[in-house]
Design a protein around this ligand. Structure first.
Ligand SMILES: [Zn+2]
Length: 147
């Protein structure tokens, strides 16, 4: 699926759904996403600023969306209403796409394209380790591209 990108407003629009106006529920969910981003910044201080948008709910079982390499992540309002303990996993996964264009990787617990909500969530320690692993891989890709 391609999407024409002409300006910043367009860049911040997600194909899945409309950006929601801020109300207390949306604000609370965005606050939780920002808290995960702050913790991610403690792990990787050079992490760039990310745009976070909460979009209207969807029926696609999609928990989060990122524009690869574009530092924008979208979280559907209903994505984790009943499974909010998985939010750190979803946010770190989307950060890896959004910042480092990290691909899906079935061998990486963080970058697997699927999240099994029936299993216990990964601990922050496990998530941190996988996140730093994805960061390290992004560095080695950059070095290889640089020649
Ligand atoms: Zn993904």
């Amino acid at each position: 699926m391609t999407r024409k990108r002409t300006n910043r407003k367009d860049r911040l629009t997600c194909y899945l759904g409309k950006n929601l106006k801020m109300n207390p529920e949306v604000y609370a969910l965005r606050r939780q996403v920002m808290d995960v981003i702050y913790k991610a910044k403690e792990l990787v201080p050079e992490l760039p600023r990310l745009d976070v948008r909460i979009i209207e709910g969807n029926r696609h079982n999609i928990l989060g969306v990122a524009q690869s390499g574009d530092c924008v992540i979208w979280i559907p309002e209903n994505s984790l209403t009943n499974n909010v303990e998985f939010l750190p996993h979803v946010v770190l996964h989307e950060i890896c796409h959004a910042v480092w264009s990290a691909p899906h990787d079935n061998d990486c617990p963080l970058m697997s394209p699927y999240l099994n909500l029936g299993e216990p969530p990964m601990t922050w320690e496990q998530l941190s380790e996988a996140f730093l692993g994805a960061y390290q891989r992004s560095l080695s890709v950059t070095l290889r591209e640089a020649g």
